[in-house]
Design a protein around this ligand. Structure first.
Ligand code: HXC
Length: 260
């Protein structure tokens, strides 16, 4: 599933998607967005993949934003289309049945920060930097940054990041809950793979249901969200994985889940 601007690899049941335009710090143009869309559509249909890691090629950058060279000539209609395209791709990541971990190896700016926030959670290299610098370019985020960032770090902190365009360090990102863990750059992929590997050992249908409950529930009032959780919980009891998981516990052995 390699494409021109992405590297696709698998390690067991873990897929690794690397944005690969290091000369422009992995900036997202239309071509990359379309490739991401196709790649994630393929992953969604692949029951052999239990978790996904997204990262950026090279030493320096995760993704330094949407491609400013490509955007600079846009008119209003093209800009709207580009924004909607990116939103569609990032929604696909958010709605993917499998969890997606962003392994943020360097700059995560603008569309790069938006890509990271569309993932389920983020771990970062010490040297990673985060920001939404769009206002410095005379525009605002258009791949979900004004919506996902406040849901993650709170409206006040998001407002500061969105209005100043300031970059923050990985330590500050950890403090505000934008990332879950900070590790030295050389340990980043191992750490991401270790977490993804633990996820891959759990019941995949249950992990998907937990992801759906988190995502859908956050858009509902509490009572509806709790009803939704109860439905997903109950649905688990129609699966072979539930029988296997509970039998394995009672028999004091490792569960062998089949995603059935
Ligand atoms: C296109 C980019 C780019 C980008 C970097 N490059 N970011 N090209 N789009 N977003 C290119 C540079 O032009 C340069 O090309 C090469 O990558 C290396 O970058 P430098 O600037 O020389 O590196 P450095 O001095 O180390 O600075 C790193 C940096 C800076 C701080 C990350 O590159 C930077 O500020 N980039 C832009 C960040 C940004 O504003 N992102 C938000 C974009 S708007 P050459 O050819 O000179 O070697 C956005 C909107 C999303 O994301 C929503 C759309 C709907």
């Amino acid at each position: 599933m390699d494409s021109q601007n992405l590297i696709y690899e698998t390690a067991g049941a873990v897929a690794i998607v690397t944005v690969n335009r290091p000369k422009v710090l992995n900036a997202l143009n239309r071509a990359v967005l379309l490739e991401l869309d196709q790649t994630f559509a393929g992953i969604a249909a692949n029951r052999g993949i239990a978790a996904v890691i997204v990262t950026g090629a090279g030493e320096k950058s995760f993704v330094a934003g949407a491609d400013i060279a490509e955007m600079s000539g846009f008119g209003v209609a093209e800009a709207r289309e580009f924004s909607r395209l990116g939103q569609q791709v990032f929604n696909r990541i958010e709605e993917l049945p499998q969890p997606v971990i962003a392994a943020v190896n360097g700059f995560a700016l603008g569309g790069g920060c938006e890509l990271a926030t569309a993932c389920d959670f983020r771990i970062a290299a010490t040297k990673a930097r985060f920001g939404q610098p769009e206002v410095s370019l005379g525009v605002i985020p258009g791949f979900g940054g004004t919506q996902r960032l406040p849901r993650l770090v709170g409206r006040g902190m998001a407002a500061q990041l969105l209005f100043t365009g300031d970059m923050i360090s990985s330590e500050e990102a950890l403090r505000i809950g934008l990332v879950n863990k900070v590790v030295p750059a050389e340990a980043l992929m191992e750490e991401a793979k270790a977490i993804a590997g633990r996820i891959a050992g759990r019941g995949p249908l249950a992990v998907s249901a937990a992801k759906a409950a988190l995502r859908e529930g956050s858009n509902m009032d509490l009572n509806r969200a709790l009803a939704y959780e109860a439905e997903l919980f109950a649905g688990g009891f129609s699966t072979a994985d539930q029988k296997e998981g509970m039998a394995a516990f009672l028999q004091k052995r490792q569960a062998d889940f089949k995603a059935e």
